[in-house]
Design a protein around this ligand. Structure first.
Ligand code: ZN
Length: 457
């Protein structure tokens, strides 16, 4: 089998991927904090790691992919309090919305979607283990991780304590021994969200939940942990050190850390204050989910993706081309495609190189159009590659026919009128009907099989 290679943020190099258990690969990706509709930047990790899930599924018999839901957080607590509803009621709406949005982008449902609030006891247990081992301490109703207790703190994100302090707006509080000590548990006032515990009534800090869910559902050491690069510090650094300290010194918490790059809008970082903040939901109202997914996959996941109108136009053209190939090769039966010789899949096995995989799809479609080579093999490679990218799964006819404007019955009516005009040798009249249709965004073509039509985008 061809070797899958992945860039590991922990070692800062591309490495051969070797799972702990060849028969069962484990992957965890940090999901959203559900206090709002998610912004489009959050769609990128979901699509990238869905693609990796498909890659792993093509190579291993079983893959467990967990993507969590952070459903407790100070923003959630404040919003729920303001609306006088429980945090569960408040977060359910946005959890469902997130799951719908992710499905509309063509993502498979992860194997597990654990929620933070279902793992409070597991988080408390981790806090206790860390206290017992001397890595954490209690102070004024808080449990804090002592960042000076383990020399590995900072290794993942390549920072030392001085850098961190200089770069972060750290809360200096007298209950902390060191300003960078981070909160594992914090006290809640009565009337706000909280749980009874051996440390008093309170709520968890963010960084423990992923450790708790990983340990419970996937094991002490997992193969792959993914997320956006913005999570590397402090979230993943703080997660890594807890995961590591919970177990023996020799056992790792995560074997491969993967981080995707950020997303800019027209060259500018997306932010609420700049007014270029777009939610996935807003984009899905304007565009088909497959188009958004394709556009997200056109850049390598580790680069910064620049989201522009041109990117969408080019992506639409590429999808139109690919669906045209599928429509025009409907009579070619797909043969058998060996994963190991499929250039699309090989690009994906090489650190999820989606732009190269898309380039390979272009090459195959050119060959298919020219009717060059082993057409049955090319068709099989085309379909297999597209499946792992999670695209081109619509019926090509309906792809070209779906959309706004004239309904199908009216279009067919025009086509009949044109046929009648041609029969009566009224060619000027037939051309006029064709032009009228084109003006309404409908293109018609005469083929040996009869007249076909499609919407022009
Ligand atoms: Zn996380």
């Amino acid at each position: 089998m061809t070797q899958i290679k992945l860039y590991n943020s922990a070692t800062k190099q591309k490495e051969a991927f070797t799972p702990i258990d060849e028969n069962h690969v484990t992957m965890y990706v940090c999901g959203p904090t559900v206090y709002n509709f998610i912004h489009f930047g959050n769609a990128r990790p979901a699509v990238i790691f869905d693609c990796l899930f498909r890659i792993l599924n093509s190579a291993y018999p079983k893959v467990t992919y967990a993507r969590n839901i952070t459903d407790v957080d100070d923003k959630i607590n404040a919003a729920a309090l303001e609306q006088k509803v429980s945090i569960n009621e408040f977060t359910q709406k946005f959890t469902t919305a997130y799951q719908e949005d992710m499905a509309n982008l063509g993502n498979l449902t992860p194997t597990l979607e654990p929620k933070a609030t279902d793992h409070i006891q597991e988080m408390l247990d981790i806090n206790q283990v860390l206290i017992d081992k001397g890595y954490a301490y209690e102070s004024e109703g808080h449990v804090l991780f002592d960042v000076t207790s383990n020399e590995n703190y900072g290794k993942l994100s390549n920072r030392n304590l001085d850098d961190m302090q200089a770069g972060a707006r750290v809360e200096v509080a007298d209950y902390k021994k060191h300003p960078m000590d981070f909160v594992l548990w914090k006290p809640s006032d009565t009337g706000t969200t909280g749980w009874d515990s051996q440390f008093g009534f309170g709520r968890p800090g963010w960084h423990t939940e992923c450790v708790a869910m990983i340990n419970k559902h996937l094991g002490k050491t997992i193969d792959i942990h993914g997320g956006g690069r913005d999570l590397l510090f402090p979230h993943h650094e703080n997660e890594q050190i807890q995961g590591q300290c919970c177990q023996s010194e020799t056992q790792d918490y995560v074997n491969y850390w993967l981080h995707n790059g950020m997303l800019n809008i027209d060259g500018v970082k997306m932010s609420k204050s700049l007014g270029n903040f777009i939610t996935v939901r807003e984009l899905l109202e304007q565009h088909d989910g497959e188009l958004l997914r394709f556009a997200l996959l056109t850049s390598h996941y580790r680069t910064t993706l620049n989201w522009t109108k041109d990117l969408l136009t080019q992506s639409q053209q590429a999808l139109d081309k690919f669906y045209t190939v599928l429509r025009d090769t409907q009579d070619i039966k797909a043969g058998e495609s060996d994963i190991n010789t499929n250039p699309v899949v090989m690009a994906l096995y090489d650190d999820i190189n989606t732009p190269q995989a898309i380039a390979a799809l272009h090459q195959i479609s050119t060959d298919l159009n020219k009717k060059e080579g082993n057409l049955e093999l090319l068709k099989a490679q085309f379909i297999q590659g597209a499946q792992i990218l999670g695209i081109l799964n619509k019926d090509p006819e309906s792809y070209f026919k779906s959309g706004d404007g004239l309904d199908e019955a009216s279009i067919l009516d025009f086509i009949e009128q044109r046929k009648a005009a041609k029969k009566n040798k009224d060619f000027a009249g037939a051309d006029k009907i064709r032009e009228e249709l084109l003006a309404q965004g409908i293109e018609i073509k005469d083929t040996r099989e009869g007249v076909i039509w499609q919407r022009v985008r």
